[in-house]
Design a protein around this ligand. Structure first.
Ligand code: ATP
Ligand code: MG
Length: 389
């Protein structure tokens, strides 16, 4: 096939000794994202090329590649012979095809940008641009504008006698290849925030595991399915996420029975953090990740965060801490989790929700309230019945 997908990655993280390591991760992740397609992968001159794929799969392949962290941009290009001695005939005809399609989409102006790696050709890039631009001008009604152009037709003339002809560059997600920054354990609820927290840490190269607390029969199977669906959406960006579902009903009932209602949520969160830390250590995760944002609700004031943070030793990463709900919702819509997150199924946190949760819980008072519980037994029991998905 004459079309290829060009994949560009950021150069910043590829400097120095780690280059091979980063690249091998990135290539592995790209191939993983394309596991359902047939294609050929080629690496050349600091770029990757997806070749010989079925044209019907092109939109899906593009979509998948653009979600791989570490990929900065992609282009779909025609690969043709340069044919300098014949006046770049094939390059010109593809340039005309791209210009006509831009015109059909409403473009009024264009420019041609040529990069010439093949130094055997005795013309400058500018001269080649002018020649190809001339052919385009004859074929369509677009006008040339080198600065305020609606469409850019790019021609990369390579040393091997081939040229790539494409219009424009589509931005991908950027970031670092997943796997280059240790592992993290995400506390995944069914809400809007925690999937976005996952996305943001995966973007910085973290390999993720997730833990969800569910309280059957107070929470339904539908609530659990929703969490699995969210896990699946986020997995498209960051390779598969192993999900641990921890039964939380017994713990909630015990808190409800033995502790003051105003500390219910704080104590629940403290136990969640302890369990999450245990599973994190077992799975060699160096951090916990939550979707907390400062002041969003009573359990996310600094006093509440202090109470929940103090029960664990490993770092707790809160990538959304300074974002507004609106900003988080915008991200959720872009990433594709929003519609699932707003499905109306009960979360364990809404079971036995007190009317007036403490907004400024004091650590010593909470510790005292919590001492009514047999924590070790409750936690061991919950961990015995973890379901792995
Ligand atoms: P989210 O939209 O992520 O549910 P939220 O605004 O509802 O967040 P909280 O319910 O206070 O906020 O939860 C704060 C964080 O605690 C969540 O982002 C998540 O990381 C964690 N968390 C809450 N409930 C659960 C749960 N049932 N299972 C796992 N983690 C949870
Ligand atoms: Mg929630």
């Amino acid at each position: 096939m004459e079309k290829v997908i060009i994949i560009r990655f950021g150069e910043i993280f590829l400097k120095g000794k780690n280059r091979d390591y980063f690249e091998s991760l990135l290539i592995k992740n790209i191939k993983h994202s394309l596991k359902d397609f047939s294609y050929e992968f080629r690496r050349s001159q600091g770029r990757y090329f997806i070749e010989n794929y079925a044209e019907v799969n092109e939109p899906e392949i593009l979509d998948a590649v653009k979600k791989v962290f570490g990929v900065y941009s992609v282009s779909v290009a025609y690969k043709v012979e340069t044919l300098y001695s014949q006046g770049f005939t094939d390059v010109k005809s593809k340039a005309v095809v791209l210009a006509a399609s831009a015109e059909a989409k409403g473009a009024k102006t264009f420019r041609v940008s040529v990069k010439r790696a093949d130094k055997r050709i005795p013309m400058t890039s500018m001269q080649i641009s002018a020649e190809i631009g001339g052919a385009v001008l004859e074929a369509v009604r677009l006008k040339v504008d080198l600065y305020n152009f609606d469409a850019e037709i790019c021609v990369d003339i390579r040393e091997d006698g081939y040229a790539f002809v494409y219009s424009g560059v589509e931005m991908a997600v950027g970031g670092l290849p997943v796997g280059c920054s240790d592992k993290g354990m995400l506390l995944l609820s069914g809400g809007i925030d925690s999937p976005i927290a996952a996305y943001m840490m995966a973007k910085r190269g973290m390999k993720l595991f997730a833990i969800h607390f569910s309280s059957p029969p107070y929470t339904s199977d539908l609530a659990k399915d929703k969490v699995v669906a969210l896990r699946n959406i986020v997995s498209k960006y960051c390779t598969d996420i192993k999900l641990f579902v921890v039964p939380f009903t017994e713990i909630q009932l015990a808190i409800h029975e033995k502790c003051p209602a105003e500390f219910m949520i704080t104590i629940m969160r403290r136990i969640m953090m302890r369990i999450a830390e245990r599973l994190a250590v077992q799975n060699e995760c160096g951090a916990l990740i939550t979707g907390e944002s400062l002041g969003q609700v009573a359990s996310q004031t600094l006093s509440s965060i202090n109470c929940t943070n103090s029960v664990v030793k490993i770092p707790v990463l809160r990538p959304l801490i300074g974002l507004d709900k609106e900003e988080i919702m915008d991200k959720a819509k872009k990433i594709g989790t929003y519609e699932t997150s707003i499905l109306p199924y009960e979360d364990c946190c809404t079971v036995f929700l007190p009317k007036n949760p403490a907004t400024r819980p004091k650590l010593s008072v909470v510790e005292n309230a919590e001492s009514a519980l047999d924590l070790n037994e409750l936690i061991d029991n919950a961990l015995k019945n973890v379901e792995v998905l």
